[in-house]
Design a protein around this ligand. Structure first.
Ligand code: ATP
Ligand code: MG
Length: 326
């Protein structure tokens, strides 16, 4: 088994819901509720689940972009919540985030070159000609030309802008990058180019990705392992091949059943889940998926299912994971 880069243990993030002129906290959004997993060195770990299940919040907590409510994150052997100022700065150099909308992650008043070089300046890695060389090298790496350095973000297409955002994210050679739906906002025709670029750069630099996506076909193509979340909880985790070949959680099965299969001779029934995702505000006890689950039993309302290892490295949180298989 490859080495662990980042260990997330019992991570929770609750957002307060405030009301009234005194902004009293009346409830909490359980955006991420006791989530445990690891990110291994040089792997691409997919994170999937419906809108609002807590994917972005997990990514932001891991990068310490927002404070966590509880839990522990150990990165390179250090507890992230106990870092001093210097250690936190070093951590920031080793991590980066790529967002869905590249335009919002770039400064529109700065040239592409300055956008890419900004982290190099902030972290005082290099200046002058050395910095310019770093920027030119990064531009080349992401498939752009030296003359692009002096242009402004609005002069680029969406795909080119995402390339600039990737170059900026990789400027300090991080070892963990959280990519939050990096191709969702881009035209379908240019998505593969960006994904292949991300893969090539991973091989070159040796970094790990936490790859957040709605799109399961992309996850299947790109990720070594995959995590499935539902309403702030982790419901399944395993090698991508295993999870796609034999999804164990009824929710994962429904998600996978909706992925188009390229072979027209294969007919697969799409599992349509009844109802909507319930609100994550102060959720009731038991399994969070019970209100939409075709296999729900009384125990599901009482006892929360814990993650169980069904086969090597393949975990599922469902009381009836094996019984409900067809
Ligand atoms: N700053 C915030 N204040 C209050 N609630 C928040 C905040 N950020 C996120 N939430 C809530 O936390 C839950 C998880 O949100 P999150 O953005 O992590 O979901 P997501 O899985 O990334 O969804 P999407 O696929 O739409 O991006 C949602 O119910 C959301 O409304
Ligand atoms: Mg999100």
């Amino acid at each position: 088994m490859s080495e662990v880069l980042c260990n997330v243990q019992g991570l929770k993030k609750y957002f307060p819901v405030r009301e009234g002129i005194l902004s009293r906290t009346v409830a909490h959004v359980h955006a991420v509720d006791d989530v445990t997993f690891e990110i291994r060195r040089e792997e691409t770990l997919g994170l999937v689940g419906e809108s609002g299940c807590g994917k972005t919040t997990v990514g932001k907590c891991i990068l310490r972009l927002i404070p966590s409510t509880a839990g522990k994150i150990v990165f390179e052997g250090r507890n992230l919540f106990e870092l001093n100022k210097q250690q936190l700065q070093a951590f920031r150099r080793q991590t980066a985030m790529i967002f869905q909308d590249p335009y919002s992650s770039l400064n529109p008043r700065m040239t592409a070159g300055n956008n890419i070089g900004e982290p190099v300046t902030i972290h005082r890695v290099a200046g002058g000609q050395k910095k310019r060389d770093i920027v030119l090298e990064l531009l080349e790496k992401v498939g752009l030309k030296p003359q692009h350095a002096s242009r402004y973000p609005h002069e680029f297409s969406g795909g080119q802008m995402q390339r600039i955002a990737i170059a900026r994210a990789l400027a300090l050679k991080p070892n963990l990058v959280v990519a939050d739906e990096p191709v969702a906002a881009l035209d379908v025709s240019i998505r593969a180019g960006i994904l292949n670029l991300m893969k090539d750069l991973q091989n070159e630099i040796g970094l790990s990705y936490l790859f957040i996506s709605h799109d399961l076909s992309v996850v299947r193509y790109l990720c070594d392992r995959v995590i499935v979340m539902y309403l702030g909880k982790l419901v399944e985790i395993g090698d991508t091949d295993k999870v796609f070949y034999r999804p164990l959680h009824p929710y994962t099965r429904a998600l996978i059943s909706a992925v188009p299969v390229p072979d027209p001779t294969i007919r697969r029934e799409i599992i349509i889940l009844p109802g909507k995702v319930p609100t994550p505000i102060d959720p009731p006890p038991g399994c969070r998926f019970k209100s939409r689950c075709p296999h729900a039993q009384p125990i599901c309302s009482k006892e929360e299912p814990l993650l169980m290892e069904i086969s090597s490295g393949h975990f599922v949180a469902c009381h009836f994971a094996l019984e409900s298989e067809v």
